[in-house]
Ligand binder design. Sequence first.
Ligand code: PAZ
Length: 336
Amino acid sequence: MSKDTASDPSLPVMELALPTPAPAIGWEEYFRTNPPPSGTEDAGQRIDKFISFHAKANRRVVLVTSGGTTVPLEKNTVRFIDNFSAGTRGATSAEYFIEAGYAVIFMHRQFSLQPYSRHYTHSKNCFLDYMQVGPDGSLTVDPKYSDHMREVLGKYQKAKQDNLLIMESFVTVEEYLFLLRRFTTALSTLRENALYYLAAAVSDFFVPPDKMTEHKIQSSGGCLELQLDQVPKVIYPLVDTWASRGFIVSFKLETDPSILIPKSRRALERYKHQLVIGNILSTRKRVVTMVTLEDEQDITLSDQELAEGVEIESRIIPDLVARHDRWIKKSAKHAQ
Ligand code: PAZ
């Protein structure tokens, strides 16, 4: 269930005007009334350690969220509502962030694409197709893949050796929200050196635990009527409190191009973060729009670049790094 699917996209843009942001009560109550999922604190402690390791090296750290969240319909979950996202944007971006010198906290949907392994999973090829057995019975990589695999392997091993990548996973929107709060709060200790790249596709509606049935919903009851509560908009406390001094980038996914920019800009006006990257479902690998309160800039790949396998993230990340540089310099000037 993607953001804003509840709005009717056929409405004129003016009529999509949303009310003033709800006071922060929603998210506070959410965190007060829902216990943290098991594993939240253990993951948080691993992240604390990772951050303090990179703080000593004065290295910038980016939190990349990636993949879609689920909304379970039953406590013993058989059925759930899912959000669209393969995790390509997040996993690909993580690699380019590492290339740019950042350490990456990769907070992703379990079993969605991951940095480096993404080149060989979820593809048309089964991983066994990359292998071959030699005449002596030895198992090797098929030579037609070995140059590319050597390059990816080199980058992967370097990232591991330098401890530049830590991966933590979520499945449900609840797990996502608790991890997000825990990780952003931890990362805020790096102040301006922290970058938040919120590419995950997060559910807007959920079934709160007190309204959820214990066991599998039975089809013998006829039609299923669902009433979902709204997930609190945690971007508000994230910008205002959890990650207040970092550079915060959110994504906006739409299917109707005419509402993409107005809605991206409205999010910036409302939450006051630094950048929204707008993308349209059908063209997201070819064009994105970098939206700030001041302006908007498209990053576009040509047909030839696409055919050559250029990834749009190879253009997005250097652009972001330059923006982050300026953000750090500006903050240092203000502090003088
Ligand atoms: O993971 P993917 O590459 O298949 O898709 C990426 C994306 C479209 C989910 C991402 O670019 C995005 O827009 N995320 C935010 C989605 C939202 O507005 O909820």
